[in-house]
Ligand binder design. Structure first.
Ligand code: SF4
Ligand code: FES
Length: 236
């Protein structure tokens, strides 16, 4: 066990736990965009910065990657933290001016207009990598990846083509913090990542509920029969 302080409150943590996890458990509000309970974080959004003091030294650190350490003092809203967080939000707002999530956070931190030139070609994507990770690690499909470098980096299926690995489950849509991923359902067809999926109808209520391809994927991995999977969650 390690003992340290967050905003003056003594807290304890398991060795290896991140400062962010401990802070959230103790009820401190630290904003995040690229963190998820099931996947952790790659430290991409930099919104979770905190001030860490150790003896006479102090530094700004990303709390999602900073391991809890005995004797440190963490401050979640010091003037330096607020300044860095504000700058991060200015940059995110310039990158994704149409993201409601970023607009909301920016407003919370007093950012009304960005000093940086607006990007008009990034949509709402902040390259957090959560969609890529959930597809691979939570779903087991690995249909998405990052392509390109620098300003051209983007999340995509291989060559931007409909992917054989995509099962149309929409886990990427659910986890995306900024609402970037386009999904449409119309007349029994779901469209996502340029691929069209026939939706299965529940034999009991006749409602469309999941792509046939997704159900077949689950059946192949779990041993559950298609007949069972065709029944929607509400009718089970
Ligand atoms: S599409 Fe969404 S989840 Fe995927 S990297 Fe971009 S912001 Fe993150
Ligand atoms: S949550 Fe820590 S960098 Fe995004």
């Amino acid at each position: 066990m390690v003992e340290f302080a967050i905003n003056g409150k003594k807290v304890t943590a398991e060795k290896g736990e991140s400062v962010l996890d401990v802070a959230h458990r103790e009820g401190f509000d630290i904003p995040t965009l690229c963190y998820h309970d099931t996947l952790g974080s790659d430290g991409r959004c930099r919104l979770c910065v905190v001030e860490v003091r150790k003896g006479n030294r102090k530094r700004i650190a990303t709390s999602c990657l900073y391991p809890a350490e005995s004797g440190i003092e963490v401050f979640t809203e010091s003037p330096d933290v607020l300044l860095v967080r504000k700058t991060v939000l200015e940059l995110l707002l310039a990158r994704c001016p149409n993201s409601e999530t970023i607009q909301y956070l920016a407003k919370e931190y007093g950012v009304t207009q960005a000093r940086y030139r607006k990007d008009n070609d990034k949509g709402k994507c902040i390259l957090c990598n959560l969609c890529v990770k959930t597809c691979e690690l939570n779903v087991g499909a690995a249909a998405l990846g990052m392509s390109g470098k620098g300003p051209f980096k983007k999340v995509t299926t291989p060559y931007g083509e409909p992917s054989n690995d995509c099962i149309g489950c929409g886990a990427c849509v659910a986890i995306c913090p900024t609402g970037h991923i386009y999904i449409e359902e119309k007349d029994g067809v779901r469209t996502i990542w340029n691929k069209r999926f026939e939706l299965a109808r529940c034999p009991k209520c006749n409602r469309y509920h999941a792509p046939v391809e997704q159900l077949a994927f689950i059946a192949s991995r779990s041993g559950t029969t298609m007949e069972q999977l065709l029944i929607c969650p509400d009718c089970k």
